[in-house]
Design a binder for this molecule. Structure first.
Ligand SMILES: [Zn+2]
Length: 87
């Protein structure tokens, strides 16, 4: 039951590092998917890496520990649109 959450959390730091250069930018999920697919580590388990799991104003089952906290990587603007937070 906690397996999915562990997967999301496992890639938190890699995702955060990858998104640093996009800080403050507003991106579509499809663009974020492309960024993930181009990352050597994240691409291998990309089915476990979703912006919706690392969101300050959105959470779902199996979300990362950062969801709804100041550690969150993304802010959901609306469905499918995210701002990369300046953490
Ligand atoms: Zn996270």
């Amino acid at each position: 039951m906690s397996g999915w959450r562990e997967k999301a959390a496992k890639y938190h730091n890699d995702l955060k590092q990858t998104m640093i250069r996009y800080r403050g930018k507003i991106l579509q999920t499809s663009h974020i998917r492309e960024i993930i697919e181009q990352h050597p580590v994240l691409a291998k388990d990309s089915q476990f890496v979703y912006p919706s799991d690392h969101c300050i104003n959105h959470t779902n089952k199996g979300a990362c520990y950062c969801a709804l906290t100041e550690e969150a990587i993304f802010e959901q603007i609306r469905h499918g649109i995210y701002r990369v937070r300046k953490t």
